[in-house]
Design a protein around this ligand. Structure first.
Ligand SMILES: NC(=O)c1ccc[n+]([C@@H]2O[C@H](COP(=O)([O-])OP(=O)(O)OC[C@H]3O[C@@H](n4cnc5c(N)ncnc54)[C@H](O)[C@@H]3O)[C@@H](O)[C@H]2O)c1
Ligand SMILES: *[C@@H]1O[C@H](CO)[C@@H](O)[C@H](O)[C@H]1NC(C)=O
Length: 315
């Protein structure tokens, strides 16, 4: 990939995720043009990014080789879409999670960019084939799904539209790697992508175990945070199997596959996540962490602080 010097990325939508993407791209030395359809919103976002970037520098957690002021000098805000898209080679969309809004945004974006420009969506739950259905040239479109907060949690899922060119996936993967994210490529689209499919499988079984009164909310969360999560911050489930038998994965399967299948066949149906169980589980978590803003914010701050420490450790 060409050196980022002078290369422009346009971020469309300057909410939580748009601001995070902007900071990630700035850290890689890219010029970032931030656009929002709500007048004044993009310039407000810049003020917020400035504060955060300076705080990160203070905490010695600023990413990239450039100083805070060098990074901030690469950032501009725009209330006019065509101006925001001028010169961009990559567009990252971060507007509301609403299909029609996203479709309209990409239709408008396409009118203002040249043919080589890559169009990327941050959608968490929509399929690329739906998001890009109104785009003329869908070969240049993909989803780049970040994890919140992207500055500390580096995974990005790259998901192609059925027509997306390999070279477009490669461009996105190289860009994400270059700015310090950890991209993974899905070979085709699937509902929930990879991360949420795995996450929902975990949520479902945790929910069933609490609902069926096998374990408390507090203890099932400890199963993850003190057990599986300790490993999963560094090695995935397949490597875990590979390391957990003396001769590696095949040995693991010989020893454990019948047990795994037996346990898996005892899983219950997909939970409804409502009714008496939802009320009871909500009550139980609120006894541990009251659901008011003060307690929730404190726990979010603790989460982000710990994620920051973990990100340091992973480096
Ligand atoms: N928040 C998360 O944890 C998270 C994680 C991964 C992906 N995402 C995805 O990122 C996207 C953005 O989420 P968010 O949490 O930043 O939302 P947000 O509500 O914080 O921000 C959305 C921004 O888009 C702007 N906007 C709305 N319509 C627009 C338009 N037509 N053109 C330009 N700007 C427009 C809004 O003014 C707002 O500033 C969503 O698709 C979401 O699913 C969110
Ligand atoms: C479609 O996009 C691809 C990838 O950016 C590009 O190579 C191609 O020239 C574009 N085709 C048209 C007709 O614009």
């Amino acid at each position: 990939m060409a050196s980022p010097k002078g290369a422009v990325i346009t971020v469309v939508g300057s909410g939580l995720i748009g601001r995070s993407w902007a900071m990630v791209f700035l850290s890689g030395g890219y010029k970032v043009k931030l656009y929002d359809s709500q007048p004044g919103q993009a310039s407000k976002a810049i003020t917020e990014i400035r504060t955060q970037v300076l705080e990160l520098q203070e905490a010695q957690m600023l990413r990239g080789k450039l100083s805070a002021s060098e990074q901030l000098a690469l950032l501009s805000s725009h209330d006019d879409l065509s101006q925001a898209l001028e010169g961009a080679f990559f567009v990252q969309e971060c507007v509301y999670e609403d299909l029609e809004t996203k479709q309209a945004v990409f239709q408008a974006v396409e009118r203002h960019v040249g043919e080589g420009v890559v169009l990327s969506s941050s959608t968490s739950c929509l399929m690329p084939s739906s998001v890009f259905s109104l785009v003329q040239n869908r070969t240049r479109c993909l989803v780049a799904h970040p994890v919140n907060p992207p500055y500390y949690v580096r995974l990005v899922e790259l998901v192609p539209h059925p027509e997306t060119l390999h070279v477009v996936m490669d461009t996105a993967r190289d860009l994400m790697t270059e700015v310090g994210q950890a991209p993974v490529c899905l070979r085709k689209e699937i509902d929930g992508f990879a991360l949420n499919r795995v996450q929902y499988a975990i949520i479902a079984e945790c929910w069933r175990l609490v609902k069926d009164d096998i374990i408390s909310v507090k203890d099932i969360d400890l199963v993850m945070s003190e057990g599986l999560g300790m490993r999963y911050a560094f090695i995935g489930p397949i490597e875990t199997m590979h390391l957990n038998a003396p001769e590696g994965l095949e040995d693991y399967l010989t020893r454990y596959r019948f047990g795994m299948s037996r346990v898996l066949s005892s899983f219950g149906p997909v939970p409804e996540f409502d009714g008496e169980a939802a009320a009871r589980i909500s009550k139980e978590i609120c006894e541990l962490i009251p659901g008011d803003q003060e307690h929730l914010s404190a726990r979010r701050e603790r989460r982000d602080q710990l994620l920051m420490e973990l990100a340091k450790l992973k480096k």
